[in-house]
Write a new protein. Sequence first.
Length: 96
Amino acid sequence: MDVTKIKIYIHIIATLTSGVFLYLTYLFPLSAVFYLSLEVIILPTIYIVGSFTTEEIILRENEEDWDKFFSDLAEIEKDNFMLHLENEKLKSRTRL
């Protein structure tokens, strides 16, 4: 899933959660402190879980990029070594 979509879902869930708790405090004014306390605990949890989720997705995407980068780098180093050997052979032939 795309990182932007996850961030949008996180904001939607957090907004709906805030709305639900606001509505509960309106319906039950005697329990308003309780509901607001729950909201203060739940909202940061939603954002923290969402942040960890997006970090994992970014790391996974970057891991594939790094694997490709190191694979390409190993191939370039191999080609460089072969060219270096060929260059040394040509140098030794021209000295004779």
